[in-house]
Ligand binder design. Structure first.
Ligand code: SAM
Length: 270
């Protein structure tokens, strides 16, 4: 009897343990909220469907145009050459694609891939208006499971996209798979300010001013509240570096930009 009771208790304990492990595995962050992992994709999708039309205006406003310098720096660090194959992942409205398109020229190709149809549509219209048509392809794809053959690209960039991805490790492994040997990945993303005083000013800016600006310009306070929260929940510089190494990338290094508000990580596939 005692034995039966003990084995029942153990079975119940194991069951509870298994359930709490499953809970841990199946939840993730959406900003500061904890949500079911499968819910995050649609929550992020709602944010970008909602901001797509005003995305570029808000980017310029929020960063005072500085995002353009961060993006140029990314291209400069990519070592891109004419004729190369580039994947601009989570490419959204196509700023980074536009810069790469000019550098790879008519013999190269840039694939702008994004999970969100609204962002892709705004991007496609914008790049066509700029006359960039011949060497760009558009693909709707999830970074976690890229629909490209192994060893397809010389360069992959992901600009301000990784923090929105549910399973970042899976996404990094997927990028590693589709990169050619000798190719490089560039991750441009918000990160952790290096100085305490900058952190405080930045907190004030992002939690007070940013949502107010979102409300005023895009009539959408929640999306910009999510933006501020998702930045705080994103892995810091060293953590992201370790994640890239775990996914297989070699010689991983990073540059802090604007005091670490943004960081550019670079890693190679050998
Ligand atoms: N790269 C552009 C830039 O720097 O302006 C757009 C960045 S925007 C902040 C983030 C983009 O990531 C959105 O267009 C969003 O749809 C995309 N995104 C979010 N989750 C994704 C995923 N799992 N796979 C691919 N793209 C994703």
């Amino acid at each position: 009897m005692a034995c039966a009771l003990l084995s029942f208790t153990l079975a119940a304990f194991n069951c509870l343990q298994a359930r709490s492990m499953t809970d841990k595995q199946n939840t993730t962050h959406f900003g500061y909220k904890t949500v079911a992992a499968e819910q995050k994709v649609s929550l992020v999708a709602n944010v970008f469907h909602s901001v797509a039309a005003k995305y570029d205006v808000m980017n310029d406003l929020m960063s005072l145009g500085i995002h353009r310098l961060w993006k140029r720096f990314t291209i400069d660090c990519s070592g891109v050459r004419p004729g190369q194959q580039v994947l601009d992942l989570a490419g959204g409205t196509g700023d980074i694609t536009a810069l790469f398109s000019k550098r790879v020229g008519p013999t190269g190709k840039v694939v702008l891939a994004d999970i969100n149809a609204s962002m892709l549509n705004v991007g496609r219209d914008k790049l066509r208006d700029l006359g960039l048509v011949n060497n760009i392809e558009y693909v709707q794809a999830n970074a976690e499971a890229l629909p490209f053959a192994d060893n397809s690209f010389d360069i992959i960039s992901i600009g301000f996209g990784l923090r929105n991805v549910t399973d970042k490790d899976a996404a990094l492994r997927s990028m590693f798979r589709v990169l050619k040997p000798g190719g490089r990945l560039l991750v441009l993303e918000f990160s952790k300010p290096e100085q305490e005083w900058l952190s405080k000013v930045y907190d004030l800016y992002s939690f007070k001013l940013l949502p107010a600006m979102g409300q005023l310009v895009a009539n959408d306070k929640e999306s910009y509240q999510y933006l501020a929260e998702s930045i705080r929940m994103h892995p810091d510089q060293e953590t992201l570096k370790a994640m890239m190494q775990d996914a297989g990338f070699a010689e991983v290094s990073y540059h802090n930009l604007t005091g670490g508000i943004v960081a550019l990580h670079r890693g190679y596939k050998f």
